[in-house]
Design a protein around this ligand. Sequence first.
Ligand SMILES: Nc1ncnc2c1ncn2[C@@H]1O[C@H](COP(=O)(O)OP(=O)(O)OP(=O)(O)O)[C@@H](O)[C@H]1O
Ligand SMILES: [Mg+2]
Length: 246
Amino acid sequence: MEALIRMESVVKVYFIGGQEFQALRGVSLTVEPGEYVAIMGPSGSGKSTMMNILGCLDKPTSGRYWLDGVEVSTLDDDQLAVLRNQKIGFVFQSFNLLPRTSALENVELALLYAGVRQQERRRRAIEALEQVGLGDRLQHRPNELSGGQQQRVAIARALVNHPRLVLADEPTGALDSQSSEEILALFQTMNDAGHTVVMVTHEPDVAQHAKRIIRFQDGHIVQDHLNEQRRAAPAAALGGARHALD
Ligand SMILES: Nc1ncnc2c1ncn2[C@@H]1O[C@H](COP(=O)(O)OP(=O)(O)OP(=O)(O)O)[C@@H](O)[C@H]1O
Ligand SMILES: [Mg+2]
């Protein structure tokens, strides 16, 4: 089976005021289809830099990166945008929804960029919002939704193109524990459905949901292990979200 993610000796250098700073110092990583990976590590250790490169939002200074067999550094910006749209769903800590736009339109937009026709966009966006339990909030704007609901809109938007890879940078960072559990239950369901998930988190409890835990420090991977104590998500916490996905 071909790896979904293959990185070899990736270095990322930032230049600030004539000073050079190495945010990633030679990172090599392979992730197979169907994995569920948590990335942990101190602030400033390079996690978001890594996610930006994994998500083709930024390019390595040196080293190589293959996404689903395609070497990303050989692509121009337009080709990268197409690859990103086809293969990757993003979930951010701050939701990143368009503010004056309904939940339905926020999700539809992802399909517009993918070139899906209007009727089909509407049908698939409604279906995705129903899957995350927001079938009764289609016309709500972000400021009319709770944080947990906004994040569920963002997850619907991430999933609506059926991406192979879901990238989440601190997806529960802005949420209370109940909403966090619901969001984590959705990630679990995504992963069960075959999506590969890579999630950055500061919280050990959140990382325990993943099958594999990678730790960053000073731009290096310092630990990479299977999560033996993977905690089955508590049935009670799953209840709400599972209903939503029925
Ligand atoms: N655009 C940029 N220009 C210059 N330096 C940057 C830039 N982005 C990040 N850095 C630096 O690179 C290092 C790694 O940043 P990164 O955002 O990857 O850390 P992180 O592990 O995600 O931290 P946190 O847990 O606080 O989100 C930091 O020292 C940061 O200051
Ligand atoms: Mg970060």
